[in-house]
Write a protein that binds this ligand. Structure first.
Ligand SMILES: [Mg+2]
Length: 129
């Protein structure tokens, strides 16, 4: 079965370039445009009995930002999913907050496909049940 990844970013350009890279690597991709949209989609996936293997999220987004989104995910049945952050945010404080909220990894944009795929593979492998 294809491994599914939820990609959360408010930029359609980032979403499509990241999705392109992930689909090329054989992953099934679902896209969300902000934290709230992503939570709604996770709820929908739960209803359909789907379980992504990883969440890739941006930090700076309207409606619900990435830090809030990460802490909300940790209150759901998806709390054990690895969450990888892909952001322009390189402030140590923000990274610390993200890690505290439950982010498993942190990549700074612009993303390099090989680096992204390696980080994803490593996180999925580490958290495989
Ligand atoms: Mg953004």
């Amino acid at each position: 079965m294809e491994k599914q990844i939820l990609v959360v970013d408010d930029s359609p350009t980032i979403r499509s370039s990241v999705s392109f890279c992930l689909r090329n690597a054989g992953y099934k991709v679902q896209e969300a445009k902000d934290g709230q949209d992503a939570l709604d989609q996770l709820e929908e996936m739960k209803k359909n009995g789907e379980m992504p293997v990883l969440i890739l999220t941006d930090i700076n987004m309207p409606v619900m930002d990435g830090l809030t989104f990460i802490s909300k995910v940790k209150e759901t049945s998806f709390k054990y999913l690895p969450i990888l952050v892909l952001t322009t945010e390189s402030e140590k404080d923000v990274i610390a907050k993200g890690k505290k909220a439950g982010a498993a990894g942190w990549l700074i944009k612009p993303f390099h496909p090989e680096q992204l795929l390696w980080a994803i593979k490593k996180l999925i492998f580490t958290t495989a049940r």
